[in-house]
Design a protein around this ligand. Structure first.
Ligand code: CTP
Ligand code: MG
Length: 228
């Protein structure tokens, strides 16, 4: 039976957030933002290793005592998220039948329950899959003037989240075959091989901290969870 490895790309600079340090290191409820991400993954019983990929130039990671079980750090981040994931996979060198769960460091409100649901649902699945959310709102396509060009039927539309979970062999093959600039998630690389990843319903709390306004929501979610 394959192992379960969480691979967390955390080598971004957080340019849209615009803070002095990358957003994954911002203080959130007394800890760096991505401590919450890594702690959730480490708390999933099935996960054997939590591999975080940081930039070789990272100035922040060593300044904090992470005190988390299962944590391993790889200083091999690249110029894009896809490159960081690729380099991380190469450094990890997992067995082909190991499961790899790629998860954005910036999705710090991930819940243990959602990861467990993903793992349980994909048990024995031939391809793998991802957490995603059915689009709840009415969808508009803009024209070149920013006016409504069309209303797009939302049936069958999902918003992709992470973790995205694939066998290591399939994932490496998929990522090898595409230019990093052409893909924004692992699923799209796997889809290009003709495989069909499974959509597993996630939840809206698993959003990606991108802009400063997102921090208050993340803080509220984590604080409420603590009090449960
Ligand atoms: N990431 C990475 N290596 C990169 C770029 C991004 O590991 N070269 C990681 C980020 O650290 C983040 C995840 O990929 O955890 C999702 O990326 P995103 O939210 O876009 O983060 P940033 O690229 O840091 O932010 P921005 O695009 O605003 O600069
Ligand atoms: Mg980015």
């Amino acid at each position: 039976m394959g192992r379960y490895i969480a691979l967390v790309p955390a080598a971004g600079s957080g340019s849209r957030f615009g803070a002095p340090s990358p957003k994954q290191y911002l203080q959130l409820n007394g800890k760096p933002l991505m401590w919450h991400t890594l702690a959730t993954l480490a708390a999933v019983a099935a996960i054997d290793e939590v591999a975080v990929v940081i930039s070789p130039q990272d100035e922040w990671f060593d300044g904090f005592d992470w005190k988390l079980p299962k944590l391993a750090v790889y200083r091999v981040g690249g110029a894009s998220r896809a490159e960081s994931v690729c380099h991380g996979l190469e450094a990890l060198a997992p067995a082909d039948d190991d499961w790899v769960l790629v998860h954005d460091a910036a999705r710090c409100c991930l819940s243990v329950a959602a990861v467990e649901r993903l793992i349980a649902t994909l048990d024995n699945h031939p391809v793998g899959g991802l957490l995603a959310l059915p689009v709840p709102d009415t969808v508009k396509r803009a024209d070149s003037q920013g006016q409504v060009g069309a209303t797009v039927p939302r049936g069958g539309l999902w918003l992709a989240q992470t973790p995205q979970m694939f066998r290591a062999g399939l994932l490496s093959r998929a990522l090898r075959g595409v230019a990093a600039a052409d893909i924004t998630d692992e699923s799209s690389a796997v889809e290009r091989l003709g495989s069909k990843p499974l959509l597993v319903e996630g939840d809206a709390q698993n959003f990606k901290v991108t802009y400063p306004r997102d921090l208050a929501l993340a803080r509220a979610i984590l604080t409420a969870r603590k009090g449960e």
